[in-house]
Ligand binder design. Structure first.
Ligand code: AHR
Length: 502
């Protein structure tokens, strides 16, 4: 039976953790399943524009306001010949993609991707193949994208219709090279040396690029966090970011523990932050390296081998996970962690953006927004400025996995230029509403400008083609703020996003 519990939140805009990097709201698009073909690019759809990009998908992606987009993989990257995907489409070869046992037609490649990024106003983040690819291939791709016309690969780009350099700033040195499943998997020393040599050549083409080193594919890896230490020691001065990947799940159907997963997310960041400090000290460096959480999402329902094997077909249905309310609450907490760790975490890409473990599903001419679409949208549109170190006094509960945990998970931001606070709160309770007193220290707020809430009584409820709006945020009553304080009621299983004018 539901009872009312109480909690207190203190916010002080002077208690700044760090400026929030806008790149924390980024995405990842892989040549896998129906992410690219049938998702972003589908010339046969009624939704297709003159370039074959789906207008409905573009509109939904623009709403999410992704600040950068990682591409083309993922495991796909480690067997990808980027030169297959440029030039006249009729000359591009079809290849067997060994990562997902699918047929890759190469009808969408680097130029199409960079055009797509312009369409959704996002910064591209290109991966170079460190599996079957050579350091020369990696350097050639930088030349193709960023060098002025007048040399072989830059002239090829111009001949393919793009005279001016694209100026791609963010580059990933491979993908999950610590994983034995990776095509061309390397150990940490082999990878660190290869990545360092690739980085040197890539930078000699364009010294302004920023590079992301492969970190551990997850804290469950037997090589974690040694892999991170070794690769970083070999590459420290040559890279700007260190990547981390993590996929979350409720495999044991233990919702109280699942909803406490932010404990794991924080632990992962804190361990890698310690590794960064150690390596910086050991190398006596003045250079800083930050974290790039460039694959994160819920993924556990479509995890059989058969969900990941395409049977050598084009655009097979792979890992099209359906997301429910509890998944959306985990995504909201993940985004809270990004704000709370904004001092060390500068990039985060949800994996992936369409159809493949994605907030958006498509079928021939329709699009469905899943539950996880909404926390992403609220954070991406609202969180700006500085993240704040808030103080929360919350009732607690017992979990099997993480012991005693607070029922509330909170993050907040202050944007001095816009004169606003934003507050994001997850109530993890399955049964209890919580009466929350909010107190602002220092600057007194004027009023709530928006109050949106995603909530429900069934953690397994999901949007579907027949019921597309089952889990959507609702505008809730926002109380008056009197003398720097307000009281809100947070229902069980809820995520609330508040905008406040200061
Ligand atoms: O996003 C799906 C896959 O998960 C990616 O290709 C890979 O990097 C990770 O293991």
């Amino acid at each position: 039976m539901s009872q009312s519990l109480s909690a207190r939140l203190d916010i002080d805009s002077n208690r700044v953790i760090s400026e929030i990097s806008p790149l924390l709201f980024s995405g990842f698009a892989e040549h896998m399943g129906r992410c690219i073909y049938d998702g972003i690019y589908d010339p046969a759809s009624k939704q297709a524009d003159e370039n074959g990009l789906r207008r409905d998908v573009l509109a939904a992606l623009r709403e999410l306001n992704y600040r950068s987009m990682r591409y083309p993989g993922g495991n796909f990257l480690s067997g990808y010949f980027w030169e297959d995907g440029i030039g006249p489409k009729e000359n591009r070869p079809s290849r067997r993609d060994l990562a997902w046992q699918s047929i890759e037609s190469n009808q969408f490649g680097t130029d199409e991707f960079l055009h797509f990024c312009r369409e959704i106003n996002t910064e591209p983040m290109l991966g170079v193949n460190m599996g079957t690819g050579s350091i020369q291939d990696a350097a050639n791709l930088v030349e193709y994208c960023n060098a002025p016309a007048g040399s072989r690969y830059a002239d090829l780009r111009a001949a393919n219709g793009q005279q001016d350099p694209y100026g791609v700033k963010y580059w990933c040195l491979g993908n999950e090279m610590d994983g034995p499943w990776q095509i061309g998997h390397l150990d940490a020393i082999e990878y660190g040396k290869k990545a360092r040599e690739a980085a040197k050549m890539m930078r000699w083409h364009d010294n302004s690029i920023e590079l992301v080193l492969c970190g551990s594919s997850g804290p469950q890896m037997p090589t974690y966090p040694e892999w991170d230490r070794i690769a970083l020691e070999l590459c420290w001065e040559h890279v700007d970011y260190h990547s981390m990947h993590y996929y979350a799940g409720n495999q044991n159907d233990d919702t109280p523990s699942y909803l406490a997963l932010s404990a794991d997310f924080e632990d992962f960041v804190e361990t890698l932050e310690a590794v960064l400090r150690y390596v910086k000290a050991k190398t006596r460096s003045k250079h800083d390296v930050y974290l790039s959480w460039d694959e994160w999402n819920v993924w556990y329902k479509a995890r059989e081998l058969s969900d990941m094997r395409g049977g050598w077909t084009e655009a097979p249905h792979l890992i099209e996970e359906v997301y429910n309310l509890e998944d959306a609450l985990v995504v909201a907490q993940w985004l809270n962690v990004f704000l709370r760790k904004a001092d060390v975490l500068k990039i985060a890409c949800i994996a992936q953006i369409v159809n493949v473990i994605a907030p958006i599903l498509t079928r021939r001419d329709d699009l469905l927004k899943q539950s996880t679409y909404y926390p992403l949208k609220l954070f991406s549109q609202m969180a700006s400025g500085n993240s704040l170190d808030v103080q929360v006094e919350s009732p607690r509960y017992e979990t099997n996995e993480y012991g005693d945990m607070p029922l509330l998970d909170v993050a907040a931001a202050h944007d001095p230029a816009a004169g606003k606070n934003t507050i994001f709160i997850v109530n993890r309770s399955l049964t209890d509403s919580i009466a929350l007193e909010v107190h602002w220290q220092g600057v007194k707020p004027i009023r709530f400008t928006s109050a949106q809430q995603l909530a429900g009584d069934d953690p397994k409820a999901a949007n579907s083609w027949d019921d597309p709006n089952r889990i959507t945020p609702q505008a809730i009553y926002a109380p008056r703020i009197i003398d720097g304080s307000a009281e809100l009621s947070l229902p069980p299983l809820s995520f609330t996003a508040l905008g406040v004018e200061l």
